[in-house]
Design a protein around this ligand. Structure first.
Ligand code: F0G
Length: 466
């Protein structure tokens, strides 16, 4: 059997539903311009009978495909042949019980879990999707790959290009809009880095135009193969919970690739009879980049309302333009006002009986400090999930005995500036980095102790503070 009999690309629009070959290079539907899904003929591919079957593969982890946290679930994303897969060992991530953070959120003991996606090779969840997009790029023989990025996608793309030596990375970033940790990665890995005088939304629009004109393979999450890789984050969460379904999955929302991928993962597992219940999904926006919150919670926009949905989205974007409103948050990874996967995310919210919340930069940084104090840590955008969990707990939508999984999308060291500014003793520095974001306090700051270069003074300070 050939791949083209088992995997396809399909337009997500219920009124279009056009189908394309798996090795077609498209980003959006050729007929109507909507987003695409990768879909499978599960009768022809061989999905597992039970999720427990995956436990067997772990024993074969000297095989790189069984070692990869993405590809050991190959039978749930069978768009490529095993020999076509590109892997650098992504997806070795942890689901960690985190009672101290759970206590902060307002949950009972053993109820909060943190999924540390910052432990991926490039330090963020993006490697899950990049491995899948790279595999597709290899299938179709691409030589150059591009993305717009708030930093993590570009770091991941640059790393995959550097490690595999298969493609040249071309990245579009908003000038001054990405944190140094991420920019450092792209530069060090040798990516062609194009700094655009604009923000992420501008970079995203330009990369789509330019890559189409130049025939460059696009790896932003508008690429449906990316999302196939990101589905596996949920497979690993279930695996770590011994295939039990949590009550809530909570994820930061930026370009809305993760939330879309998670919804697809659960819809497929359910349709295949591999799970009997779908967890609820909470997508958390930063208050300064809250398009999804505004549309879903305030304006009541829903998946499946056809023209009405399109009109509501268009009119909101027009309003953003008229008011010249730009996204603004300390969580630079999710500083996005025009999320490309918006419509897929609405579908995921429908599948998962989802909710959307927005959290302030103050709440994000306080939650981030709590995550750090509990160990491993995360970057600001990731902590939006914990801040969101706390808010939902306060509202009573999450009860104290619910089992909650917060996705920590990126590593603490991705954005040291925000962390240092939170913990600083220098009020001017605090104000420079955080004050203009409406952050007023650092309730959980761990301030460095300044002492003279003198053993007695040092001993005194340690005795005083320890
Ligand atoms: N968290 C981190 C650390 C991210 O880097 C991103 C997105 C998100 C959350 C949002 O995820 O797009 O799936 O809703 N970063 C992209 C980038 C946009 O370019 O690196 P999403």
């Amino acid at each position: 059997m050939t791949l083209t009999e088992t995997a396809f690309q399909k337009c997500i629009s219920p009124s279009c539903g056009a189908v394309f070959e798996v090795d077609d290079v498209l980003v959006t539907c050729r007929q109507c311009g909507d987003l695409l899904d990768v879909v499978y003929d599960w009768n022809r591919s061989q999905p597992p009978d039970s999720l427990r079957q995956f436990e067997r593969d772990w024993r074969n982890r000297t095989d790189p495909l069984c070692f990869s946290g993405v590809w050991r679930f190959h039978s749930l994303l069978p768009f490529a042949l095993r020999e076509q897969v590109v892997t650098i060992g992504e997806g070795q991530t942890l689901l960690q019980p985190a009672d101290s953070v759970g206590n902060y959120v307002g949950l009972n003991a053993d109820r909060l879990f943190l999924q540390y996606e910052g432990l991926n090779p490039s330090g963020s969840f993006k490697d899950n999707g990049m491995s899948a997009a790279f595999t597709h790029a290899r299938m179709i023989g691409a030589r150059r790959a591009a993305c717009a990025s708030t930093g993590n996608t570009s770091a991941s793309l640059a790393m995959y290009c550097a490690v595999t030596r298969r493609m040249q990375a071309i990245i579009f970033v908003g000038s001054g809009k990405i944190s140094y940790g991420k920019l450092a990665q792209a530069l060090d890995y040798g990516a062609l880095t194009v700094q655009i005088s604009g923000d992420f939304d501008d970079a995203m629009a330009r990369v789509q135009e330019v890559s189409k004109k130049l025939g460059i393979y696009l790896v932003n999450s508008v690429n449906p193969f990316r999302l196939e890789g990101q589905k596996t984050i949920m497979f690993r969460v279930l695996e770590a919970l011994r295939w039990e379904i949590p009550d809530w999955i909570i994820v930061p929302g930026g370009n809305l690739g993760n939330s879309s991928a998670f919804g697809k993962a659960f819809a497929e597992l359910h349709a295949l009879g591999l799970i009997d219940r779908i967890p609820r999904l909470a997508v958390i926006n930063a208050a300064g980049a809250n398009t999804l919150h505004e549309l879903y919670e305030v304006r009541g926009v829903r998946w499946g309302a056809g023209k009405e949905t399109d009109e509501a989205i268009d009119s909101y974007y027009q309003q953003l333009d008229d008011e010249q409103r730009k996204a603004s948050t300390i969580a630079s990874a999710i500083e996005i006002n025009r999320p490309v996967n918006l419509r897929k995310c609405l579908r995921a919210l429908d599948v998962c009986n989802g909710v959307v919340r927005q959290v302030t930069d103050q709440a994000i940084l306080d939650a981030k400090a709590q995550v750090g104090a509990g160990g491993i840590g995360c970057e600001p955008a990731s902590a939006a999930s914990v801040a969101g969990a706390r808010q939902l707990r306060e509202e009573g939508l999450i009860s104290q005995n619910d089992r909650v999984v917060c996705i920590l999308t990126g590593h603490l060291l991705k954005d040291p500036n925000a962390t240092i500014a939170y913990h600083t003793t220098d009020q001017q520095e605090f104000n420079r980095v955080l004050g203009n974001r409406g952050v007023q306090s650092a309730a959980f700051a761990n301030r460095a102790v300044a002492v003279a270069n003198d053993p007695d003074a040092i001993i005194k300070a340690i005795q005083l503070y320890s």
